[in-house]
Every structure is written in C-alpha cells, then in structure tokens.
Design a binder for this molecule. Structure first.
Ligand code: PEP
Ligand code: MG
Length: 325
C-alpha cells in the first residue's frame, strides 16, 4: 500500500470521470512543512497557529509569531497557506495564561470568543500575519464563529490593522482573503449571509459534528454513537456546500472527516471539491478518488438522501457503492 501511495504522488488528484479535487494538508509547526513536498499536496488548508503557543513557555511575541508565519510561507514556496487564528481555550490551555474554570470548556470561552473579548491578542496576531504576508497572497480564517455578527466584528479588527500597517508604510499582502470556519451549527441558519460576507468557508467537521449531535468529540462513550454519514449530518453538510455554490464562495473541508476515504467519497457526492487533511491521509484519499465516478456517485447519494429517511447511517450503502469500482 505504501508503495502504491508513493507512486500516486506524481499522479493528479482527478476522479476517473475527470473531476479535479483539491487536496491540501493540515499543519501547525515548521516540522510539518516537509509534508507538502512528500505528499505533493496543493497547499496547507489549515495551519493551526495555536500549536506555537502551546509548545512555548511564554506568550509568543508578535515578532516571534511573524517569524514563524514568514518561515511557513517561505517553505511553502508559493503554495497557498490558510492560517487559522488562535483556537485556544476549551481543552487547549496555555500554561502561562490565566486559567478560567468552566463547567463546559468546549462550549466556553475559546477561540474567536477570546479574540473578540481581548482584542489585543487577536490584533497582535493579525499584525504578525499581515506583516508575514507582505507582498504575498494571504489567507486567514477564524475559528468557532457562531454568528455573522462575530465575523463582521473580526473583519473590522483586520481592516483596522491593515489600515494601521499601511499608514506605517508596510507593504500590504498582494491579496487578503478572510474566511470562516463552519463548526458551530448556528451558522447553518445564517448561510445566505455568511457566504456573502466571508471570502471562503472551511468546514471543521470535528467540532461541527460534536455540536450538531451534542456529543463530546473526546468522549468515547458518545463520540462514536452518531455517524457523520447519517442522513441528518449529510443534509447539514449538503446545505453548506449548496449555499456556498450559490454565492460562488469557495469551500474546503478541513476536519478529520475529509481524510477518511469513505467519508471523503460521501462529501464529494454532496458537491465538495476541496479538502485539507493530515498528510498521512493524502495517499488513501487520492487512491479512492482516482477510481471514482462522480457522476454516478452524485446520483446515488441524491437517491440515498431522498430515500434514506430515518437511517442512522448510510455507511453500509456507501461502502457497497465504493466496492463496485
Ligand atoms: C475541526 O473542528 O474540525 C477542526 C478542523 O479544528 P480543530 O480540530 O482544530 O478543532
Ligand atoms: Mg475546531
């Protein structure tokens, strides 16, 4: 198998019936960068910036942050990198930061919520990102956005930092795209607005499924109780990709779901065409999709979703379809 995946490296990520699929990798530290070359991935679809904060002994300064982002962009050699702003809080605690005791950390003060309440931290990070992106294409995305209003408030902060840097004579990024992680279900009820406001969407299926089913992603007792290949979850995922297509808003799946071949197959059937996953998943997913007939799959999934009422999981049907080719 490893040998087979190695051979696939030089093959394009295109389905048997000619549909191109974008495969990117998730990363968080400089040591992950060689994976770009090793997998021939199209870029980094999710760079988890909190990793630098989690391994550090003190709060990384703005210039330390900038140095990392610059090194990442340098080593990516022109391939796109999507930086996610700090996703701390919840279970990701920083040893040097004051700890807040919370009954339900996953539902608590985390990610963009901290960013908006303590804008100094978010502003410093945005500044570091914009400086590192000087003269290059820059993509930034925001974690745990629950409402369009939160996105607009974050955008105001980004705009203000950009204006300030311009005033100081810094060369701005060539282009700046500000995207949103779709991982809190409330956003599914503001899709028409969020696809208009955001420059792109990235689906964080780990958190989205956790919150959709109200099942802690770390709690084995309940985490496997609900299948993301159930009718409810697939309909939710389809509503996102349809809203994005209507508004011409690019959308990527960056949660673990996108790195499992059968799950990725289902997502392609729903209309997704771009994925970001752990480097080790690229080979298996590429092998799957190169054998795939998207035309047939789309028809089959539409039928399964229409006729699958009440099905806790379409996994057996999807596996049967996958076994046909
Ligand atoms: C997700 O929630 O799916 C995601 C990609 O982010 P993280 O796993 O870092 O929460
Ligand atoms: Mg998440």
């Amino acid at each position: 198998k490893q040998e087979q995946y190695r051979k696939l490296k030089s093959q394009p990520a295109v389905t048997r019936d000619g549909v191109p699929i974008v495969l990117q990798i998730n990363a968080g530290l400089l040591v992950d960068l060689p994976n770009l070359e090793a997998t021939a991935a199209a870029g980094i679809g999710l760079f988890r910036t909190e990793l630098q904060f989690m391994v550090a002994e003190h709060m990384p300064t703005t210039s330390e942050q900038q140095a990392l982002y610059t090194a990442v962009l340098d080593q990516a050699q022109g391939r796109p990198v999507t930086f996610r702003t700090l996703d701390i809080g919840g279970d990701k605690v920083l040893p040097y930061m004051e700890r807040v005791e919370e009954e339900n950390p996953a539902l608590g003060w985390r990610a963009i919520r901290i960013g908006l309440d303590k804008p100094r931290l978010l502003r410093a990070q945005i500044r570091a990102l914009l400086r590192a992106g000087s003269g290059r294409d820059m993509k930034i995305m925001l974690p745990m956005i629950a409402t369009v209003d939160e996105f607009l408030r974050a955008r105001t902060i980004v705009d203000r930092e950009q204006a300030m840097l311009a005033k100081q004579g810094h060369v701005p990024p060539l282009s700046l795209q500000l995207g949103v992680m779709v991982e809190v279900p409330s956003l599914l009820f503001e899709l028409p607005e969020i696809v208009r406001e955001a420059d792109f969407l990235s689906i964080g299926t780990n958190d989205l499924m956790q919150f959709l089913f109200a099942a802690d992603r770390e709690n084995k007792r309940v985490a496997d109780r609900f299948d993301p290949l159930g009718v409810g979850a697939l309909r939710a995922l389809r509503s996102i990709v349809e809203a994005a297509a209507d508004a011409n808003c690019p959308v990527t799946v960056c949660g673990e779901m996108g790195g499992k071949p059968l799950e990725t197959l289902a997502l392609i059937g729903l209309g997704y065409r771009a994925f970001s996953m752990s480097a080790a998943s690229i080979g298996p997913v590429k092998a799957m999709l190169r054998a795939l007939d998207v035309g047939k799959l789309t028809e089959r999934i539409d039928w399964m979703l229409a006729s699958g009422e009440g099905a806790a999981s379409l996994r057996p049907q999807l596996a049967a379809f996958a076994a046909e080719f």
